[in-house]
Design a protein. Structure first.
Length: 226
């Protein structure tokens, strides 16, 4: 019995010693140092389930209110990519993809300890654009290459789970994962490389489910309430 009481006292002291880590500060700013993410599907991309790694492409601002923090996040990704279109032996697409999002939401801590699990939800806007050239991947094909411009703009909702570690009161390291439900309006324009530069347009409204397995970052807590 004495050992149990001593154990409870130690746990209580530990929790108190590191309590109010976020709540002691009015707001926090952070940067996402690494993220593994799934981009929206481009055209009839065959490997759309692959994850893309990005470094220092996201920023985060949080307004702290006890165990709840209201958050604003912005992410930006821009890179040249190559992928198979239609099927692995049909076409090869090469070009520039630009993807960005802006969200607002909240997160709630499970405790005030030095290690803090949390959950939350982000809501916001996401845009994705691909511009490039598509060529036949069949050596026997006589089809000419064509240019393509594909845009997606839409609304997303992203439930999230994460964990924070507070090595010191003013600093936190965080790891989180989320899943995005993305509803977008898509516009595809193709321009044939023929004498007439023949153009064609297609429009769609689509739901997509995107998974971001991990984001790792650091945040600094500012303006103490004490």
């Amino acid at each position: 019995m004495k050992k149990f009481v001593l154990f409870v006292c130690c746990i209580s002291f530990y929790t108190t010693a590191f309590s109010q880590t976020d709540a002691n500060y009015n707001y926090s700013i952070g940067v996402v140092g690494f993220s593994s993410m799934q981009l929206p599907k481009i055209l009839n991309q065959t490997n759309s389930q692959e994850y893309k790694d990005s470094y220092f492409t996201g920023v985060l601002v949080k307004f702290n209110d006890n165990q709840i923090s209201y958050r604003v996040r912005a992410d930006y990704y821009r890179k040249n990519i190559t992928f198979a279109n239609q099927c692995n032996t049909c076409e090869i697409a090469a070009g520039l993809v630009t993807d960005y999002s802006f969200t607002v939401g909240f997160e709630k801590n499970f405790n005030y300890a030095k290690i803090q699990p949390y959950f939350g939800v982000d809501l916001g806007f996401k845009a994705n654009r691909f511009t490039g050239e598509i060529k036949s991947n069949n050596p026997k094909s006589s089809n000419l290459p064509y240019n393509v411009d594909a845009d997606k703009n839409g609304f997303l909702i992203a439930p999230l789970l994460g964990i924070k570690v507070n090595p010191i009161k003013q600093l936190s390291l965080f790891v989180e994962t989320n899943a995005k439900f993305y509803y977008a309006y898509e516009r595809q324009e193709t321009i044939q490389q023929d004498a007439l530069n023949t153009r064609s347009f297609a429009k769609y409204n689509k739901w997509e489910f995107l998974v971001n397995p991990v984001s790792v970052g650091i945040q600094v807590h500012l303006i103490s309430k004490n």
